[in-house]
Design a protein around this ligand. Sequence first.
Ligand SMILES: Nc1ncnc2c1ncn2[C@@H]1O[C@H](COP(=O)(O)OP(=O)(O)OP(=O)(O)O)[C@@H](O)[C@H]1O
Ligand SMILES: Cc1cn([C@H]2C[C@H](O)[C@@H](COP(=O)(O)O)O2)c(=O)[nH]c1=O
Length: 201
Amino acid sequence: MSKFITFEGIDGAGKSTHIAFVADYIQQRGIELVSSREPGGTPLGEKLREIVLHEKMHLETEALLVFASRREHIAEVIEPALARGAWVISDRFTDSSFAYQGGGRGLDRAKLEALEQWVHADLQPDLTLLFDVPLDVARARLDATRELDKFEQEKADFFAATRNEYLRRAAQFPQRFRVIDSTQSIAAIQLQIASILDACF
Ligand SMILES: Nc1ncnc2c1ncn2[C@@H]1O[C@H](COP(=O)(O)OP(=O)(O)OP(=O)(O)O)[C@@H](O)[C@H]1O
Ligand SMILES: Cc1cn([C@H]2C[C@H](O)[C@@H](COP(=O)(O)O)O2)c(=O)[nH]c1=O
């Protein structure tokens, strides 16, 4: 049976590091897998991603654009894959909007809930892996590796609020969230992920 798995966490928490591992782990069992990301995942979504990650805009514009990208992603990629029995893994989904636009930027949660109802009233991830790290660890990892985008340049209080909102949601939806202490070694995290996935097969 198809499964929809999402990866979440503040920038630098380490989620992208584990996506290839998860993809291999699932595909080794002969399961068709679609690996995607947000914002993005479709040609239009990737154009929206460029705008969202690099242009300054009103926080409501930002929320509308990430949900516009998501609408396209669901229609073009996620729903068709799930309908044919494939598994879908997505690097970020709607929890990112609650964490970044809601927690980080302070957008009213009710507005995000309304968008969520509009765009995917009947779709939720089966499993959400939340990679959780203290801000200083995430910041050090980012500084060591790349040129920072608009979000990655935000200050510590933005990421503190983003992280808090993620943890609040994990407590609100314990049936689908698994919180992973991302200060562990990559090998230790992979062992933990493997045991989480084993429970899904
Ligand atoms: N557990 C870990 N221990 C040490 N370094 C790590 C760990 N996990 C990831 N890293 C390193 O931290 C950096 C950021 O990791 P990664 O790109 O996976 O983060 P991310 O959460 O996907 O960030 P973003 O959301 O901004 O893409 C990479 O250089 C990666 O090798
Ligand atoms: C889906 C989504 C994403 N964002 C932000 C979070 C990240 O800073 C970037 C995506 O970059 P990544 O390093 O490739 O994860 O976009 C957001 O603010 N709201 C969203 O809904």
